[in-house]
Design a binder for this molecule. Structure first.
Ligand code: FBP
Length: 559
């Protein structure tokens, strides 16, 4: 019996490349501080809420400097939120930097996400444990969770646990919500003079944690390559059997980056982009009409098959749905603990909800199939997000398109056959073995996080830039978390949160889709990317995502 796969065995020996100056080693770099920063929105409010960490400068590491501190420092690490390929390498990079700086340093892994630090659940990460997880996918080394850190009680408990373990710094590996946690914790630790610093690392397959300083969140590269392989396989199947329309919903809770990148890699017939739907104020019916029109045009050419990509977060971008969901969020927050609602049967719940909504929201809510109503009423996650991964938008669209096509048939506008297959790709890619890019990038992010700690910084996000170039040219540094914050409504209240980066409709990536999508709709221009390549020529194994390449080209053109 095998204990691990032959590929995993091979990958355990892969030596990730370190970014630029970091390859000189943690003891041979110096910190340089650049421009002071502000916040992306609600500046005064954010300044007031984070007085001790607001407005710090951008940090960058340079070569040949005075050494960073080598004082003994124990660190606690937390994996937070949805899994993303490369998380284990962030921990490996952190571990290697910390041990290189001082062999007495210890790394503690808090178990099950942020709750681990509050409840004092942890393990010490040793060489033996780390070595078994190098270059592997998943977060199973210590597990993950979505607990929101915000109360005084949680912070005090976390402090007690850190003091017991002589922990001087905490690294939170997470997306926008998890790094919001990191920002709140950093502020609390500083204002209470605990001497404990907090550093974040940008994780999420969704790709929506990015800005001038954070070019890409880790996991996006591997996840999109994995989805592109699966979509390519389905396209080949569609093109072989020529009898199904495949509707593929792709993860990405809010932003449509995953869908856009996967589309550029595979060239399907239809790609919906949530941000475009919002900008054009498309109704559900307009989306259905747009899709049915392409299906009918392909049918005229004898092509009763095709592939459509649908972003997971689509539903929240449709203006009428967005309004209704926002009213539902407030309503559900108000109904928390209301026994007569909680104990009501499903149908009664729908009537209670519908009676409390305004006329247009109620009309829309009542028009939806029961399954979708139930999915919309499910509990929000601890950060107040609708669990869009559980809303079967792809099936809702299929049902509505069937109705539209039969109507078109009656009117003589459609003569084809429509046979559907629904898919949802999300979990299939979140724990894939990291690509070479994610293995290198994550290892560098972790190593760099320890450099930020040794430089005495807190409330920073580990940043590695220039990532379309070889790793030797990558730039290591840090960006203050407060720079990315603004105020948003969560659980019915205004809260400070990291602003999500959505698809820019005037950017080069969306422009690439816009340029070709009409051709891709009617002709068969499918690309079949195949599996992630680890070994072989560099222009096969080390290519950046199309998103990153186009964004970087644009940025360079503007310099
Ligand atoms: P993060 O933002 O925490 O990285 O999670 C992203 C994600 O994979 C989304 O794409 C998806 O909607 C969500 O997690 C699913 O959450 P869960 O793992 O709780 O089902």
């Amino acid at each position: 019996m095998r204990e691990i796969s032959p590929l995993q065995k091979e990958r355990l020996n892969y030596r990730p490349k370190l970014a630029g100056v970091l390859s000189l080693g943690i003891n041979n770099i110096k910190l340089s501080l650049k421009d002071k920063t502000s916040a992306v929105g609600d500046v005064e409010e954010i300044k007031k809420l984070f007085p001790n960490i607001f407005g710090e400068p951008i940090a960058r590491f340079e070569a040949q400097g005075s050494e960073l501190s080598r004082e003994n420092k124990n660190v606690g690490v937390i994996l937070s939120g949805g899994q993303a390929p490369g998380g284990h390498n962030v921990i490996a990079g952190l571990f290697d930097a910390l041990k290189t700086a001082n062999t007495q340093n210890k790394l503690y892994g808090f178990l099950g996400g942020p709750s681990g630090i509050v409840d004092g659940k942890y393990i010490e990460l040793t060489d033996e444990i780390i070595n078994a997880y190098r270059n592997t996918g998943g977060f199973d080394i210590i597990g993950s969770g979505r607990t929101k850190l915000e109360t005084q009680e949680q912070f005090k408990k976390a402090l007690g646990v850190c003091q017991e373990l002589k922990i001087g710094a905490i690294v939170i590996i997470g997306g926008d919500d998890s790094n919001t946690n990191a920002c709140l914790l950093a502020q609390w630790m500083k204002e209470n003079n605990t001497g404990i610093s907090v550093i974040g690392c940008p994780k999420t397959i969704d790709g929506d944690l990015k800005n001038d300083q954070i070019e890409i969140s880790f996991g996006f590269d591997t996840a999109t390559k994995t989805y592109a392989e699966l979509i390519g396989n389905i396209q080949r199947d569609a093109n072989s059997a020529k009898k199904y329309w495949h509707f593929i919903k792709l993860m990405g809770r809010s932003a449509s980056h995953v869908c856009l990148e996967a589309a550029l890699q595979t060239q399907p017939n239809i790609t919906l982009i949530g941000e475009e739907v919002e900008q054009k104020a498309w109704s559900l019916d307009k989306i259905v009409t747009y899709m049915a029109d392409i299906i009918a045009k392909r049918a005229e050419k004898g092509k009763n098959y095709g592939v459509a990509l649908i972003p997971e977060g689509l539903i929240e971008f449709i203006p009428e749905m967005k309004n209704m969901i926002s009213s539902l969020n407030d309503l559900l927050a108000g109904l928390e603990g209301n026994d007569s609602y909680i104990n009501a049967k499903e149908d009664e719940k729908y009537s209670i909800i519908s009676s409390k909504l305004n006329d247009s929201d109620a009309k829309l809510f009542n028009s939806l199939p029961a399954q979708i109503k139930a999915q919309l009423l499910m509990d929000r996650d601890p950060h107040g997000n609708v669990q869009v991964s559980k809303i079967e938008t792809e099936k809702l669209l299929i049902a509505m398109i069937k109705e539209k096509l039969s109507q078109m048939k009656k009117e003589g506008k459609y003569t084809g056959k429509f046979s559907d297959q629904a898919h949802f790709f999300g979990y299939e890619g979140r724990c894939a073995m990291p690509s070479n890019f994610d293995a290198d990038y994550c290892y560098s992010l972790g190593y760099n996080a320890f450099a930020l700690i040794q430089a005495g910084l807190t409330g920073y996000l580990s940043s590695i830039k220039n990532t379309t170039k070889p790793a030797s040219e990558w730039i290591a540094g840090g960006v203050p978390l407060t720079m990315m914050m603004n105020m948003e409504k969560r659980h019915g209240e205004m809260k400070p949160v990291i602003k999500k980066a959505l698809v820019e409709l005037d950017g080069p990536v969306f422009a690439a889709l816009e340029k070709y999508r009409e051709k891709w709709a009617l002709e068969d221009c499918f690309i079949y990317p195949g599996a992630i390549q680890y070994f072989g020529p560099s222009d096969v194994c080390d290519i950046a995502t199309i998103t990153l390449q186009l964004e970087q080209e644009k940025q360079l053109a503007n310099v």
